[in-house]
Design a protein around this ligand. Structure first.
Ligand SMILES: [Ca+2]
Ligand SMILES: [Ca+2]
Length: 344
């Protein structure tokens, strides 16, 4: 404040001394006023109000001097009018500024300022966009496409990917889990990076999007159960080896699940029927590496050979619909019924 005050007081003194022609002095004053105003445009309101106060006083002083001297009054009045007009004009609102179209115009007391829009660089009269995509190839992260825009850029995820808010990157959409797939009801959906696969389930054929059941030619007494196979439960309770022979005599062998899903489908089938409610335990075969209820079968411990057992323990299934359909072992001389399967 001290600087402004002393300078302005100095200007008034300069004018009052009358050492130069009034016209040139006024012009000098005006340009200094403008310089001061520009200098402090962006400063605090306190400075503005003080400056405004000083301007009013200065203009008043000049008016009084003109009235007193009656010298070149017209010219001085004209400059004063210009000064007032400058102070009152909003170049931004009147669109009389020459800021870049990509800049923001800010009105100041005697002029205006140009400021490039966010994301653009330049002096306000000319503004240039930065191509963030070219400047940083990894700005959008993996699995996305960067698109430069004026003042910014956008990141669009590749097809099959979606922006995950927690990580801020494009991650694979699990179409199978999220139900965003067109797989047939009779198909198995497999999630893949950026897509998914549909494969018709067992005993169905088609392209995965449209699947229909294939004909299952089971011979009596085997019954076709789609998704499981041709199966039959023996009437007699027998030891393991005898039960297996009974299956073979009917044209099949002991049931062996291909994988965990196959086994779960079998469990589901029995749960949905009351077929085994009075059977409970059935001899079955077992294959190495098959997972049952999340537990890996250890063939050495649970079922040494497939499907014939040479150890003293043989594999059976607990078919009680109220229980988990699990695989267990019992001494092979126990007598259970057998779950037989016929190859299609
Ligand atoms: Ca840009
Ligand atoms: Ca996917």
């Amino acid at each position: 404040m001290g600087y402004v005050t002393s300078l302005c007081v100095g200007l008034l003194c300069l004018f009052a001394r009358g050492s130069k022609s009034q016209e040139s002095e006024l012009s000098e004053i005006l340009s200094l006023i403008q310089a001061l105003t520009d200098q402090y445009t962006s400063e605090r309101t306190e400075v503005f109000s003080k400056l405004e106060e000083m301007k009013t006083e200065l203009i008043q002083d000049v008016r009084e001097m003109i009235d007193g001297n009656k010298v070149q009054a017209t010219s001085v009045r004209h400059d004063l009018a210009n000064l007032q007009q400058l102070l009152e004009t909003d170049e931004c609102a009147q669109m009389s500024h020459n800021c870049s179209a990509d800049a923001i115009c800010i009105d100041t007391r005697v002029s205006f300022r140009c400021k490039c829009k966010p994301g653009l660089t330049g002096d306000g009269y000319s503004c240039t966009d930065t191509d963030e995509c070219a400047a940083n190839e990894t700005i959008c992260g993996p699995n996305s496409v960067c698109q430069n825009t004026l003042g910014s850029h956008t990141c669009e995820c590749d097809e099959g990917y979606a922006m995950k808010e927690s990580s801020g990157t494009c991650e694979d959409i699990d179409e199978c889990r999220e139900g965003k797939n067109n797989c047939s009801t009779y198909a198995i959906c497999e999630n893949l990076p950026g897509g998914y696969n549909c494969t018709c389930s067992i005993h169905h054929e088609g392209d995965g999007f449209s699947c229909k059941g294939i004909e299952m030619n089971c011979t009596e007494p085997f019954k076709a159960v789609r998704g499981i196979g041709c199966i039959h439960i023996t009437e007699e309770s027998e030891e393991f080896d005898q039960g297996r022979e009974s299956c073979k005599a009917l044209g099949g062998d002991l049931f062996v699940a291909d994988n965990k899903d196959h086994y779960l489908r079998l469990a589901q089938h029995f749960r949905s029927t009351d077929q085994v409610s009075d059977v409970k335990y059935m001899w079955v075969g077992v294959k190495e590496g098959v997972w049952l209820s999340g537990r890996e079968v250890d063939p050495a411990e649970e079922a040494p050979e497939n499907p014939s057992m040479t150890s003293e323990k043989c594999s059976y299934t607990d078919g009680d619909p109220g229980e988990d359909f699990l695989l267990w072992t019992d001494p092979c001389y126990y007598e259970w019924r057998s779950l037989c399967q016929q190859e299609i």
